[in-house]
Design a binder for this molecule. Structure first.
Ligand SMILES: Nc1ncnc2c1ncn2[C@@H]1O[C@@H]2COP(=O)(O)O[C@H]3[C@@H](O)[C@H](n4cnc5c(N)ncnc54)O[C@@H]3COP(=O)(O)O[C@H]2[C@H]1O
Ligand SMILES: Nc1ncnc2c1ncn2[C@@H]1O[C@@H]2COP(=O)(O)O[C@H]3[C@@H](O)[C@H](n4cnc5c(N)ncnc54)O[C@@H]3COP(=O)(O)O[C@H]2[C@H]1O
Lengths: 141, 141
């Protein structure tokens, strides 16, 4: 791969912009979060606060793990827990201006990576699909 | 990307071999399948029959969608349904001997793709992570 062809591409060029990204709020009950995840079809989504700053991510795996009791999935627990009790925090983030090579590095271990500005406001997400499509295009040209 | 460097790489070189792949059986109750998925941490896994032929894939999204009633997730339904009633069928597959470019094409729309032999026996899976790692290695050399 000619790394120099890709150095002109930024994270901002390939990201899915925030208005198109399904998300939940830190204070939502887990029940609501699981509903959003099942209805949107996504396995995990970003978690924002009311001012649209990024707080973490949450997925079905984590939620189901929380309610797995010795005998059954204790669905009733979902009404009493909040997203912030269970969400994944401290994940790597990118900026819009970053080079796409940073995006490639980040998605090796994460299906998607959040993009934020200097103040922590949520700008969008970079997905493995977007990176793979771009790399394929690069190979065939 | 120099396509000619990658043409020597096969699906078999990068796949996760069947013995390392978590899977469920066509006849398992959905309850067992959901447990395997939550405990393994994987969002979806292959579905095999008793002779280890590939039958499809199944994921948390599909299972949770099946039991989502008007008011709540009807967990009791899981004991009465089987994997084969709900699994995804007809997904694209690859062979060990295929070129890795076929793998890249296939993972653009699928987090993983199953690898089978001519008789349909399950050989392993190709994941986005494996493809991305290989492409990154290619860029930096
Ligand atoms: N509604 C849909 N329409 C078409 N294809 C769909 C789809 N939902 C899922 N897929 C396909 O399945 C892949 C895995 O989705 P998953 O939800 O596990 O994992 C997703 C999800 O956790 C997150 N994601 C993607 N788009 C999102 C969005 N608009 N809002 C929130 N999260 C999103 O990023 C991860 C990676 O996404 P990526 O596109 O690389 O990969 C997606 C995509 O190829
Ligand atoms: N136990 C673990 N240890 C380390 N990292 C983990 C992990 N579980 C998940 N991940 C990370 O999360 C990504 C998405 O996993 P997911 O389970 O949604 O989606 C997975 C899962 O559906 C399937 N898969 C991967 N390995 C599997 C295995 N050994 N058995 C069964 N299915 C597997 O292929 C999809 C894509 O896998 P990929 O490796 O590209 O991408 C994985 C990997 O980067």
């Amino acid at each position: 791969i000619q790394a120099n062809q890709l150095t002109a591409v930024t994270v901002g060029d390939l990201m899915i912009s925030s208005e198109k990204v399904a998300h939940v709020q830190v204070n939502n009950p887990l029940e609501h979060a699981l509903l959003v995840l099942v209805k949107s079809g996504y396995s995990a989504v970003p978690v924002l606060d009311p001012s649209y700053r990024l707080q973490g991510t949450i997925g079905k795996t984590k939620i189901l793990n929380e309610i797995l009791g010795l005998e059954r999935f204790e669905m009733e627990k979902l009404a009493h827990m909040e997203v912030k009790d269970v969400m994944n925090e401290g994940l790597p983030c990118l900026k819009k201006e970053d080079n796409i090579m940073g995006g490639l590095n980040a998605v090796i271990d994460h299906p998607f990576v959040c993009v934020v500005d200097e103040e922590g406001y949520f700008d969008g997400i970079i997905t493995r699909r977007a990176i793979l499509k771009r790399l394929k295009k690069d190979i065939y040209t």
